[in-house]
Ligand binder design. Structure first.
Ligand SMILES: [Zn+2]
Length: 387
């Protein structure tokens, strides 16, 4: 069964200008837990005392989800993370020749030894700890380096190997495919007689994070990373709501997620991250289930599936009809029906439509049913006066 790792509190805080105060971090963790994610990445405790305190409190909240801390491959990072009482430790260290030579001034054998040593140390401290090793920028690193260090990490005690598309480089169906990468790495693990869980961490620089994550899942990835609103470094990572709905609706995943909690979670994170929810954001955005053009509305009113492939009710929403310059008579009749005016005559509906289109041409929509009521009254009185 696929596991969801939400990194809003860690990756999300790498969004420029985003910081969640400790009490808001706890609230976000609680909401993520009620949605039903499996792992909550709460932060990198070494970064600041406030993050340390938040990770520690979240780890002690008694959540159903595992609580994870981020850690460099150093004893100091591991000690402080374990002191927080987390049940999941994510250790990262790069293995690309370019970074080993240029940044760390170390070779691969040093890196392998350092990573193995730290993982063994963490394992000794806490036999029940879930340990993940991430070779940073995995997919652009030399594959043999990744394979060598990943196998050594598993032998030292890592339970999970995370494939990080740190720069959003992968493209499905090409020679940069996440599907192929996961498949190839699994073959190496089989040959070496190890069987770690595989996680995929996909960045969205090319707008392909979700597509790559699904590609990884289809190849057998066990854990998928995401954040609320897809926030994170640069263009961020996979969006939680889109991922869950896709799994539930299109991949028949039966995890017990409470998708009805998503709207409130997104409102909360959006408010405190000071990042507005784009109106056209799939699933959660204001327009995600709103029909506008007359032909769409006409068909959708008869049967929403004519223009929906996802039902808004999945996340507790309803189909909406937007009234503006694109509307047709059926949109207006649908709106009038909602304010209790059933079976109005066409001439009247056309009058209301005329008013609605004039408003639409000013760049405004009639979303408020109270306004529609006023328009209907205006038209009705005009008709009576001219009669
Ligand atoms: Zn990342």
């Amino acid at each position: 069964m696929v596991k969801i790792l939400d990194a809003t509190l860690r990756e999300g805080e790498q969004t420029p200008g985003v910081y969640f105060e400790g009490h808001n971090k706890l609230a976000i963790a609680e909401k993520l837990d009620s949605v039903g994610v499996d792992i909550i990445e709460a932060g990198h405790p070494l970064i600041s005392n406030n993050i340390y305190k938040a990770v520690k409190q979240i780890a002690n909240m008694g959540l159903k989800a595992k609580v994870a801390a981020h850690s460099r491959s150093t004893k100091k990072d591991v000690d402080i993370a374990l002191d927080c009482g987390v049940d999941f430790l994510g250790i990262f260290y790069c293995v690309s020749n370019a970074r080993l030579d240029g940044v760390f001034k170390k070779d691969l054998s040093y890196a392998t030894e350092q990573i193995s040593k730290i993982i063994s140390y963490a394992r000794e401290q806490r036999p029940d700890l879930m340990i993940r090793y991430t070779p940073e920028d995995t997919v652009r690193s030399n594959f043999d380096n990744v394979a060598q260090v990943a196998v050594a990490a598993v032998k030292a005690g890592a339970d999970v190997i995370s494939i990080a598309d740190t720069t959003g480089y992968m493209i499905p169906g090409t020679d940069r495919s996440m599907y192929d990468f996961v498949t190839k790495l699994k073959l190496v693990f089989d040959k070496e007689g190890v069987a770690p869980q595989i996680a995929v961490h996909c960045h969205n620089d090319r707008g392909l994070a979700l597509a790559n994550a699904i590609d990884g899942y289809r190849a057998g990835a066990d854990i998928i990373d995401c954040t609320v609103l897809g926030i994170g470094e640069r263009a961020g990572i996979v969006d939680l709501a889109q991922l869950l709905v896709l799994f539930r609706e299109d991949f028949s995943v039966t995890n017990e997620w409470n998708l009805l909690e998503l709207n409130e979670l997104y409102e909360f994170v959006s408010h405190y991250a000071k990042i507005a929810i784009a109106k056209n954001l799939p699933i959660i955005g204001q327009n995600a289930f709103t029909h506008c053009a007359g032909v769409h509305t006409h068909a959708a009113v008869i049967n929403p599936l004519h223009y929906h492939s996802l039902a808004p009710e999945i996340v507790g929403r309803k189909m909406e009809i937007c009234l503006d310059h694109m509307s047709g008579i059926s949109s207006v009749k649908y709106g009038l029906q909602k304010i209790g005016m059933e079976d109005v005559e066409d001439t009247f509906a056309l009058q209301v439509l005329g008013e609605v289109k004039t408003i639409g041409e000013t760049g405004r929509t009639v979303n408020d049913l109270k306004e529609l009521e006023r328009i209907a009254l205006w038209c009705r009185q005009n008709t009576e006066e001219t009669a």
